[in-house]
Write a protein that binds this ligand. Sequence first.
Ligand SMILES: *Cc1c(COP(=O)(O)O)cnc(C)c1O
Length: 372
Amino acid sequence: MQSFNPPVRTLMGPGPSDVHPRVLQAMARPTIGHLDPAFIGMMDETKEALKYAYQTENELTMPVSAPGSAGMETCFANLVEPGDKVIVCINGVFGNRMKENVTRLGGEAVIVEDKWGEAVSFDKVEQALKENPDAKIVAFVHAETSTGVASDAKALCALAQQHDCLTIVDAVTSLAGSELRVDDWGIDAIYSGTQKCLSAPPGISPISFNERAIHKLTNRKTPVTSWFLDLNLVMGYWGKGAKRAYHHTAPVNTLYGLHESLVMLMEEGLENSWARHQANHQLLKAGLESMGIGFLVNEADRLPQLNTVFIPDGIDEAAVRSSLLNDYNLEIGAGLGDLAGKVWRIGLMGYSARRENVLLCVSALKEILAIK
Ligand SMILES: *Cc1c(COP(=O)(O)O)cnc(C)c1O
């Protein structure tokens, strides 16, 4: 066996996205103890920077030591008790996973379904809230990576609050890629991932809980069934103050990477990062439309960081993706579910959202599809 040397790729799929060289360099720094005072100082900075990224003052803002799916489970495992009614909005792959979380925890999922490629319907959620006055939580995906749709998190959270429901919001693909304001929008519990628009490697899930969410957590009648994800215990390690206790061994070097990516986000400015994703989306849109390739999602609900586009007729789509990978070192994503074979998903996330990547993608597609 020999050392593994991965090929150098340009990642323009649904994640992971390209990791910035500064982040990779940070991760190569020496491992220190997860209770070392120097490490704890870095943890505190990371929490502060995550508050900035989320636009929140929530004290309980921290990275879970596992990928985005674990952030999702952290929110549901801590906030859903057996018998709790949860309105789950499903308009793609990730809403389905939310439903799985609710039912496995003994909650009752009330499903609000929208077509893949469409945003979560405000009216349907309102109807569900009226029909289920005993509902406790509304859960939805802000940026559906399976389809490239953005839902109106601000309006949905305001609606949920009117009906005395907490909100659980999936921001795995939205964080740092498009507008997201946790406090202004009244989001109660939120989770994300590091490998999409933060330009860091996979394996960490930043979460944030506000006071209303913490109130539900601390007033549970039953203990959180997951030991690892129980925030009451995790906060013994991630909570403020010097008296940190061992909970689990933090992924030290991966957290160096997250820290560096947040330093970079603060250097760029959050709103500039949103604007960069939007500008590159516009460039990609112009390039694809010049080839006659159109989008699945209507313009108003489109995510700049995840572009779901129709495959031209008569094209062997898997062969095109293989050629992109083998001949151009470029990865784009396939369609999922009913959209498999009909669309490609082109990601412009984090460090991948760069002009040179867009130009590479458009010209490579032109060559392969032989469009002059
Ligand atoms: C990628 C993604 C997840 C899952 O994150 P993992 O890090 O793969 O576990 C959840 N929700 C959305 C919207 C995603 O795009």
